[in-house]
Design a protein around this ligand. Sequence first.
Ligand code: HEM
Length: 512
Amino acid sequence: MSESPHFIFTSLVLALFPSFLAFLFVSILAKRSSRSRRRLNLPPGRMGWPFLGETIGYLRPYSATTVGDFMSQHISRYGKIYKSNLFGGPAIVSADAGLNKFILQNEGRLFECSYPRSIGGILGKWSMLVLVGDMHRDMRIISLNFLSHGRLRTRLLKEVERNTLLILKSWKENSTFSAQDEAKKFTFDLMAKHIMSLDPGEPETEQLKKEYVTFMKGVVSAPINLPGTAYRKALKSRAAILRFIERKMEERKSKMTTNTNEVGKGEEEEEEDRDLLGWTVNHSSLSTEQILDLILSLLFAGHETSSVALSLAIYFLQACPAAVAQLKEEHLGIAREKKKKERGAGEELLNWDDYKKMEFTQCVISETLRLGNVVRFLHRKALRDIHYNGYDIPCGWKVLPVIAAVHLDPLLFDHPHSFNPWRWLPLPLPLQGETNSPRTPAPMPSNYFMPFGGGPRLCAGSELAKLELAVFIHHLVLNFTWELAESDEAFAYPFVDFPKGLPIRVRRHSRT
Ligand code: HEM
């Protein structure tokens, strides 16, 4: 039966009607969204080249005690909040103290941690640095438990001091060496002990260290997975490190089974809880893959940052004799008092009360972190359209809070490029009835001080890092003087590094 043209036309219209409606709806939405996009008040800035944007300029190395040419030029041209195209997408860069705090405190609500995919590729998809949501919270609880105040007092203080003394004992009179290598050895051995009970100098520890060095070269290299590249080698080393950790895990599990089959092994079980590996195997419900990534990411987070901070402290202090003199006075005082109190008790190691007396040392640590900026900026993305101080931050855009730029802001820190630990000394309280006098405490610079990030992702190891630095400085100033054997300077690549390894010459001195 043939159908009339009219019927065919009507059927066609009816058949196409839903598609037509859908088309209309989508066009209206698109128009609306483009109109509202046009109304967005984005911060000023420029998007640079297609795809690459301004990434190459942003990552160009510069002196670590500055914000670098890219940042300072952009700030002077556009202000402290500007737009750009970085790491493969549109981004808002913030050198603004208030916005940085706002971003970090609204983690999970308005913003979310969002590191480039290559970081997840090398650190693992279960690494704490890249995880978000409930899984991040669970891993964070384990890490915080393991780096708790109680553990710092009872175990970590001793381990930190033992490792410090081991490193310093190996320094020969009038010798020259790379302070950066020594700092790396110190923090690696400490983390390897704390995480897996590995002893410094043992063949397995040294083997792991070797793999770790190759791994690290890849973490900071361009993520190009081709034969011969640092990234490809790092992926291989990552696999070797994971095999090593898994072997250790299996050993633990079989020990646990033996212990549960034997009665009266409670103490050994407790021994198993001493390191992070034993604790996670015993008490968490994480899968093997998750435990491996957690261990690797903690080794990374705890080793790299602290070793850079220690190298920076050694570097800044050699150029500031007044600070070294004041440190010496503080630590001699602690050592003398200790000797007096504990005469005959044989307790020579530092205890928590000694650590709490290191007030000027804490100022040196804060100033080292402020001026050296171990971690310069963080990676976040906007979870929804956000309005901040008149600017719009569109949903999905990258957001980069540059904590280094706040620490080096002349409006917040007097002479921000000079090393001045005294700026951190608390001001005396005003006398009764006294207002607006030099004794009235000024706003503490710590309001803008975020070397360990902030909000729900605040560094889990910040207290351990400060303890490591303080204990090392204690024995360093009591036993050595040091100077640069060759000029060197910290650069931001953007990870901070000394191109020559910070060569120093050391001399022992007696405690006077
Ligand atoms: C001076 C030394 C250190 C500095 C400057 C530093 C800095 C930071 C910063 C800025 C973050 C936040 C990252 C973000 O928000 O995206 C962070 C996170 C973290 N840090 Fe540190 N860190 C240091 C030492 C340590 C140490 C010794 C450990 C111990 C293992 C550690 C473990 C961690 C962990 C586990 C996280 C992830 C926290 C989370 O996502 O909840 N850090 N660190």
